[in-house]
Design a protein around this ligand. Structure first.
Ligand code: ADP
Ligand code: MG
Length: 485
């Protein structure tokens, strides 16, 4: 990622734009105010001075006091630090405190306005170029000057005009200085603002960088990494949510690995048994015929077990992959229950077990017939398997509001408390040896639970070792099916 594309740079840039824009507005206003104040004050002062002098020069001009007027003009101009000139009504310069322009006609617009127009006085600041300023004020390298003019009044009206050339360069310099000072203040503010901005942008972007680094490592296969949950607000929430997701992924990955290793182990056992028996048959050619037949039968039995495990595994993975959608229809649960009982009764009789039942008639539910069948079959099969010969298994079907309830109760060996929460896990068996003897795979109950969940139902167990177990399945009759496990 190029440097300029980072959030950090964008935040810094935004910060800068905001600081610069607000400063620009403030600075422009401030310089405007300062320059307005200075120029208007200067205008007032200069105009006032001219008015005073005009009051004195008017009578002197009328009375023809040439020498005295010339002297006053010199000393007043020196006092004002400017240049004073007196024009006749034709605009010709009669007196000049610099003594250089006498006899010339003036082109100063303010003077013409006073002599020709109706104005008593005129004043304006100009930037006429360095050369003009140098000849008019005698200042080198100055750019600005101001011209003021005031009429001189005699007994019979206007008799001439006083012209004042004012040196305003210093004042203009102060305005420029304010500008320069504000600029340096801006640089200081910008640098000062940069420090918190750097800090802030780091605070903002660090969690994102962390997250991105963690995601990359997870993408490379290390599912154990987590984002540090620092700070507060949205970014902390993001980190927390991400970690929750990561934990879930890791758990899924672990349980998948566990499942694969369990499955391999389960498949290896019958294969190992078969290999031993097969080798015995191969290396003992003179084995008695009955023994050989018995071995063959045992191997056949092991093959059945392998097939059983693989069938169960396929069922489970199909459900995991959500390929096995529910084929829902209206199922007569009463009939379905009776049918399974009828099927299993001979098996129970063989072991002198009593298969009791109380089935509420006329219960219909929307669901997948084959899967519902599988649920009850598995539960009764377990109940008979884990109950001693001569025991009792009791199956009931009831209606409870919107739900129906299957109960499968036996007075068999029961399940210890600590195992009860695990029996629905894949491959979990309380007594491995006994389960294997009876042809169990340890997958039956996990399949049952999955099927129940698919129908939006619930399964629970209550059991006491030595007393028996009772499995309860609750299913919603409205076929809220499709609820995924
Ligand atoms: N009715 C029951 N009575 C006692 N134990 C049971 C009963 N049902 C299940 N179990 C225990 O739960 C374990 C898991 O059951 P299941 O998943 O059906 O596997 P399997 O029947 O193949 O052993 C069984 O191995 C057994 O230990
Ligand atoms: Mg079973």
């Amino acid at each position: 990622m190029p440097f300029w594309a980072s959030i950090r740079v964008k935040i810094l840039l935004a910060f800068f734009v905001v600081v610069a824009a607000s400063f620009l507005v403030a600075a422009t206003n401030l310089t405007g105010v300062v320059s307005n104040y200075l120029t208007s004050q200067r205008t007032r002062e200069d105009t006032q001075a001219m008015e005073n002098l005009a009051g004195i020069y008017g009578p002197m001009l009328q009375n023809g006091q040439e020498a005295a007027l010339n002297n006053r003009l010199q000393s007043d101009a020196a006092g004002l630090d400017g240049r004073l000139m007196i024009l006749d009504t034709d605009g010709k310069i009669q007196y000049d405190s610099f003594n250089t322009l006498c006899g010339q006609r003036t082109e100063i617009r303010e003077a013409i306005r006073v002599l020709v127009g109706n104005d008593d006085a005129a004043y304006a600041m100009h930037k006429p170029g360095r050369e003009t300023v140098a000849t008019m004020t005698g200042e080198k390298d100055a750019e600005y000057l101001a011209y003021g003019a005031h009429e001189l009044v005699g007994s019979w009206g206007t008799i001439g005009a006083l012209v004042y050339v004012s040196r305003i360069q210093k004042m203009m310099d102060s305005v420029a200085q304010v500008q320069t000072q504000l600029n340096s203040v801006f640089v200081i503010i910008a640098v000062a603002a940069l420090i918190p901005a750097l800090f802030l942008s780091r605070v903002l972007t660090n969690p994102i960088t962390d997250l991105s680094r963690t995601m990359r490592r997870m993408g490379e296969g290390d599912l154990s990494v987590r984002v540090p949950e620092k700070g507060s607000g949205e970014l902390r929430q993001l980190a927390e949510n991400y970690n929750t997701m990561a934990a879930q992924l890791e758990k899924m990955d672990q349980s998948r690995n566990q499942f694969v290793s369990n499955a391999s182990h389960e498949l290896k056992t019958p294969l190992a048994t078969m290999k031993i028996m097969l080798e015995t048959v191969i290396y003992q050619p003179e084995m008695p015929e009955e023994l050989r037949a018995e071995f063959m039968q045992d191997m056949n039995h092991e093959i059945d077990r392998l097939t059983g495990i693989i069938t169960d595994l396929l069922t489970l993975t199909k459900m995991d992959n959500r390929q096995d959608a529910l084929k829902t229809e209206d199922v007569d649960m009463t009939a379905l229950t009776e049918e399974i009982l009828r099927l299993l009764r001979p098996v129970a009789e063989r072991r002198r077990q009593t298969l009791e039942s109380r089935v509420t008639p006329g219960i219909i539910m929307t669901g997948d017939r084959t899967k519902l069948n599988q649920i009850l079959y598995n539960l009764i099969d377990n109940a008979m398997k884990y109950t001693q010969d001569g025991g009792t298994v009791r199956v009931t079907l009831d209606e409870a509001g919107e739900n129906l309830i299957w109960r499968v109760k036996d007075n068999g060996i029961g399940i210890p408390k600590e195992d009860q929460e695990h029996i629905f896990d894949r491959f979990y068996r309380v007594d491995k040896a006994r389960s294997r003897e009876t042809g169990g795979t340890g997958l039956g109950l996990s399949i049952v639970r999955q099927l129940v969940k698919m129908h939006g139902g619930n399964i629970s167990v209550a059991s006491e070792p030595g007393q028996g177990s009772c499995f309860t399945v609750t299913l919603p009759r409205n076929g809220k099916g499709g609820a995924k496990a």
